[in-house]
Design a binder for this molecule. Structure first.
Ligand SMILES: Nc1ncnc2c1ncn2[C@@H]1O[C@H](COP(=O)(O)OP(=O)(O)O)[C@@H](O)[C@H]1O
Ligand SMILES: Cc1cn([C@H]2C[C@H](O)[C@@H](COP(=O)(O)O)O2)c(=O)[nH]c1=O
Ligand SMILES: [Zn+2]
Length: 193
């Protein structure tokens, strides 16, 4: 059993709680979310996965990792819809949480207080290194926070930043390898292309 899952089993008999998986782009957040959801499925728990409607990079409905691992999900426009659509799910997964509105922490707290295990994946920082959307609050209220790292595309060290390679000052700019590369602190600060 993984440490996070063990912690929930020992300390919280209701099973309710909030787990956050954060890090830069390509750090394995979505893969880790899918791994935890699949383990819950093996445990015969009912699961439901949500993602923001605006994230249609790989698929309109599914959550898809950069490595093409995939899991079925429900796209929603606002975090309040998650509460309405959770149904009898015992485990709720939320991907790309940084794009949700600031009501998401309150929604997750309501779900966790009802005994639902909430697993959230999202970017902790935007391309400027600023905290992204509701992520800092989610990290504050979570039972567990797992920070994962990509490999720095410049030097091979662990990467915590998502460096934007293309022009554009807007916080939201959907993209992949053509637009972003994961970098460590030193390579991010060097600002070289
Ligand atoms: N620089 C990199 N460092 C680590 N993984 C990378 C890198 N570039 C591509 N990948 C791929 O991305 C996968 C992780 O994808 P994903 O879980 O979607 O990440 P995230 O959700 O954090 O963006 C890795 O398993 C690997 O195949
Ligand atoms: C850093 C940063 C990223 N984005 C976008 C780019 C991608 O579409 C997603 C992140 O996806 P991933 O699963 O974490 O790889 O977010 C953005 O809009 N603004 C940013 O600053
Ligand atoms: Zn580096």
């Amino acid at each position: 059993m993984q440490p996070t899952e063990e912690l929930f089993k020992r300390k919280n008999e209701s099973g309710g709680g909030i787990e956050v998986i954060c890090g830069s782009m390509f750090s394995g957040k979505t893969e880790e979310l899918i791994r935890r959801i699949n383990r819950a499925r093996y445990a015969k728990l009912s699961v439901k996965i949500f993602k923001p409607k605006l994230d249609i990079r790989y698929d309109e409905n599914d959550v898809v990792s950069h490595n093409a691992t995939t899991i079925n999900s429900t796209p929603v426009g606002k975090s309040a819809e998650i509460l309405l659509l959770t149904g009898h799910a015992q485990v709720v997964g939320i991907d790309e949480a940084q794009f949700f509105d600031n009501k998401l922490p309150e929604i997750c707290t309501t779900l966790a207080n009802k005994g639902i295990r909430v697993v959230i994946a999202g970017l902790d920082m935007d391309f400027k290194g600023r905290p992204f959307g509701p992520m800092p609050t989610l990290m504050a209220i979570a039972e567990s926070v797992t920070k994962v790292h990509a490999v720095c595309m410049r030097c091979g060290n662990p990467a915590l930043y998502s460096y934007r390679l293309v022009p554009g000052k807007d916080k939201v700019l959907l993209g992949e390898k053509e637009s972003y590369e994961p970098r460590c602190r030193v390579c991010y600060n060097s600002k070289t292309f």
